[in-house]
Design a protein around this ligand. Structure first.
Ligand SMILES: NC(=O)c1ccc[n+]([C@@H]2O[C@H](COP(=O)([O-])OP(=O)(O)OC[C@H]3O[C@@H](n4cnc5c(N)ncnc54)[C@H](OP(=O)(O)O)[C@@H]3O)[C@@H](O)[C@H]2O)c1
Length: 259
């Protein structure tokens, strides 16, 4: 039995992963953007142990989530699942960041740095990461004309780069990224062609699986198998550039060694 924390688990793949994990007998702490959504998350997965709340679009919310999760922890595994896609215009958060960058890229980074270190970390990426911009230029969209699809692709490349950077810096931690497929959630839309149950399976397996194949690190997996990545996702210099940029933007330094 493992203790697992899942961000953005009031709906979609996060809720499904929570359901699959409690069915396997694991202790799960769910997370939602506010107290009401946290109650709804618990009502949807009543076997979950507790719910943490906090809006991952702001730095204050990220810190709040880390504090609450650390009080509920420690956890063996964390699934960084919360994400947004359909942000039709350049919505900026209270900190001045594009919402999509804050929720999809900066929140997993800040939580990785602030959570009491688990032994397994799973980052939700996407096949769309392959169209991400590995130059990491203009991360905050001050110069580029806003493009939601490009911003989403960039953010999912960030999640993979982050997973690989963590895997390198913390060899005692298993850190991997997952492409869940295009699945019918609020984000994916009703017509999404991939299997929803399978879409949550890889994260669940990486978080709690006892299969030796689940004891892997630095991988990008689709349906439990390695999948093709952006050619620069393995570039250590790009990974380091990402850590430095995120540390600068969030004022949260990346803990270099094991915590
Ligand atoms: N669905 C797909 O086809 C697909 C494909 C590739 C990758 N992914 C990735 O899989 C992950 C889960 O996606 P999904 O399809 O399950 O999406 P979803 O159904 O829209 O669920 C996303 C979850 O994130 C939460 N969330 C969003 N913004 C938040 C914020 N500011 N603070 C706290 N929580 C927040 C949402 O809360 P509310 O419910 O309150 O809005 C929701 O619970 C995402 O990282 C996504 O990029 C999905």
């Amino acid at each position: 039995m493992a203790r697992i924390f899942i961000t953005g688990s009031a709906d979609g793949l996060g809720q499904l992963a929570a359901r699959q994990l409690v069915q396997q007998g694991h202790q799960v702490v769910v997370h939602a953007r506010n107290p009401q959504r946290a109650q709804e998350a618990l009502a949807a997965v009543p076997q979950a142990q507790a719910a943490v709340h906090g809006d991952l679009s702001t730095l204050a919310g990220m810190h709040q989530v880390a504090e609450q999760a650390n009080e509920s922890g420690p956890f063996e595994a964390v699934i960084f699942n919360a994400g947004v896609y359909q942000v039709s215009n350049l919505t900026r958060t209270a900190d001045g960041f594009p919402l999509l960058l804050a929720v999809n890229s900066l929140a997993p980074y800040v939580l990785t740095c602030l959570l009491t270190q688990p032994t397994r970390l799973v980052y939700l990426s996407s096949g769309m990461h392959r169209q991400g911009d590995a130059s990491l230029r203009d991360l905050t969209w001050q110069e580029r004309p806003w493009n939601t699809t490009q911003a989403y692709c960039d953010s999912k490349l960030h999640d993979l780069l982050l997973a690989r950077a963590v895997a390198r810096h913390w060899p005692e931690v298993l850190a991997n990224a997952v492409d869940p497929g295009w699945v019918p959630t609020k984000m994916g839309g009703a017509g999404a062609p991939d299997n929803l149950t399978k879409g949550a399976k890889t994260q669940v397996w990486l978080a709690a699986g006892t299969d030796p194949a689940a004891h892997t690190t630095g991988q990008y997996l689709y349906h439990q198998r390695p999948s093709a990545t952006h050619p620069q996702a393995a570039d250590v210099a790009v990974q380091e550039q990402l850590l430095a940029a995120f540390a600068r933007l969030t004022s949260v330094p990346f803990p270099a060694g094991a915590q």
